[in-house]
Each structure stands twice: as C-alpha cells, then as structure tokens.
Design a binder for this molecule. Structure first.
Ligand code: SF4
Ligand code: ZN
Ligand code: ZN
Length: 306
C-alpha cells in the first residue's frame, strides 16, 4: 500500500486510524507526537538534567535518541544515561554504552551486585523464583537504585522508556491487585513536587504503542537488544500484555481508549490524595507512603540487611 501523504511505498499501517505511512512520514508522525506530549505535559525544563534509564532495548534507546535531539538545542539542559545491571544472565548491556558513546551522551553503569551486594540470578536461583516474584523484587529495587543514584548525581528528571502498552499494563495490574491508590502514580510526569528525595520521572513514549516504538527503532536503525529478560516469560505483566494485545487485535484502538480511561482514573486518584505528602522510610530515609519503604522490606525478606 502507498503512503496516504506522499504516495511512496508504505512502511507502517496504523490500524486504529486506517492510515498507511512511508518511512519518512512514519518517523515524522512518531517524533511529532512525542514532542507534543513533552510540551503539553511540560516534561522538560531548560535547566533540567535528564537522566535516561537505559536498558539497551528499543524503548529506552528510542527515548534517548529523541531526548538527545531536544536537549542538544537547549544549551542549559544536560542529558546523561544510566544502565542498571541487575545481574540477569544473557542480557547484553554493551549496546547501551556503545550507542551513548556514538552520540556523545555521558553514560554510567551500576550493578546490583555493587549496590545491593547481590544480583537477581543469584538471589532468585536459590528460591526457584518465577517471573512474578522476580519482577516484584527487581522492579522495586531498580526504581529505588535509579532514584537514589539520580538524586546523588544532580539529575532533576529520570526518563524511562515506558510506552503506551507498558502504561495500560501497569494500570491493569494495579486494578487486579486492588491497589487503586497506585493508579495515581501513573501518568507522563510522576512525582513532581512530591518529596525532595524523589526525582520526578518522565515517560516521553507514553502515547506510543509498543509496535510503533519497535518500528521507529527499526526505521532509524537504532542499535538495540531484542533479547527479552528470561523472567519476563512467566511474569504477570506478560499475561496482561497477551490479553490486551488480543483485545487490540480484535478491536483496533482499544489501547488508546484504555489509556484515556487510565488518565481519568489517575486524575481522580491524585485528587483524592492531594496534600498527602509522602513520609520517609524509617530505615533508609527514602520517600514512601509507609513506615518502611518497599525496597527495605524486600532487602529484609532476602536477608540482605540484618
Ligand atoms: Fe527485572 Fe522483571 Fe524486568 Fe526482568 S522483566 S528486568 S526481572 S523487572
Ligand atoms: Zn509518505
Ligand atoms: Zn527504606
């Protein structure tokens, strides 16, 4: 099929809108949408130091590429990247470092082993963990590490590669767990002004379906790793993903409709908890809604802290 804008060969078909786009117009559409989201949600200030959480996958590499294009034009802004090595076998983190080097972005790597004294494979191997347990441990500890590291290195925003699919999956998982307050922590900008110990997180790809991010990375030839985390196969997120993909397959546009519903729920939950500033963890001092933060509880359960 031909591009609906210029008549060249089609590169991507937007099923939910019925449009075919050539490579050039697909890239333009993608970047325009991301930049519009950044402007509308005021995700970046001219004085920001944005730290990108860079796993080396298509999402974070695409986010880094667009953020680099933007911050290159703002002399007072700074961009750097952090790769967290959780110690999961078979993951290739080298592409992240190489890509940063090729575009001149400062890059750092922090290992769970150095930071927490253990790695995910080591600690889960003993417990015969499935993906549900692996992700609940790894996800919390990774966020904790990123936030602490970002604050210590003067970052004012942490950018992640979360796309539209990730966002609605997270919302669904929170509903399944009955954790409605957590819905208020979704959105393009999370934690702005919440607590001085919390570095706000931005999700610049939140309006982009996962298959479009994949095609964007492909269209530009962005280096990235396709290797999935071995724990992902059995995670709750994968089960939810398959269900939502099935819905989108039979009812194109469902994911966008769900995102709009998530936005409404998020606004309601934020409104309900307005003025309730988080306290700090009694053990590590990190911001938390509870007496002890989740990361400390996990470390205690794993017997990593006395
Ligand atoms: Fe960690 Fe789960 Fe992501 Fe693997 S899929 S890196 S275990 S959060
Ligand atoms: Zn075209
Ligand atoms: Zn704590």
């Amino acid at each position: 099929m031909k591009c609906g804008l210029c008549g060249r060969n089609g590169f991507f078909y937007l099923r939910y809108s019925g449009h075919h786009l050539c490579k050039k117009h697909f890239i333009q559409m993608f970047e325009k949408r991301v930049k519009k989201g950044i402007r509308q949600n005021r995700l970046i200030d001219s004085e920001d130091h944005v730290l990108v959480g860079l796993s080396g996958g298509k999402d974070s590499m695409s986010a880094l590429k667009i953020l680099n294009d933007i911050t290159c034009k703002i002399p007072s802004a700074r961009l750097s990247a952090l790769t967290v090595d959780e110690g999961i076998g078979g993951r290739n983190l080298e592409k992240a470092r190489q890509y940063c080097e090729s575009i001149g972005v400062e890059h750092h790597t922090v290992c769970f082993r150095d930071y927490y004294g253990f790695d995910i494979d080591g600690v889960l191997g003993k417990r015969k963990a499935d993906g549900v347990l692996a992700c609940s441990i790894c996800g919390v500890l990774k966020r904790n590490l990123m936030n602490e590291w970002a604050g210590r290195h003067g970052a004012t925003k942490v950018a992640t590669g979360h796309n539209l699919d990730d966002e609605i999956q997270s919302a669904f998982m929170n509903i399944m767990r009955g954790d409605l307050p957590r819905l208020g922590r979704l959105g393009a900008l999370v934690g702005s002004g919440a607590h001085e110990g919390f570095v706000p997180r931005i999700k610049i790809l939140r309006e982009c379906p996962e298959d479009e991010v994949r095609q964007y990375a492909r269209a530009l030839g962005l280096p990235h790793t396709n290797k999935c985390c071995p724990y992902a196969k059995t995670s709750l997120r994968t089960t939810v993903k398959e269900m939502l993909d099935g819905l989108e397959g039979s009812h194109p546009g469902s994911k966008y409709q769900m995102l709009r519903s998530v936005d409404s729920l998020c606004a309601i939950m934020r409104e309900r908890h307005v003025g309730q500033a988080p306290g700090v963890c009694g053990r590590c001092g990190a911001p938390t809604a509870n007496r002890v933060c989740k990361a400390c509880l996990i470390l205690e359960r794993l017997k990593v802290v006395p």
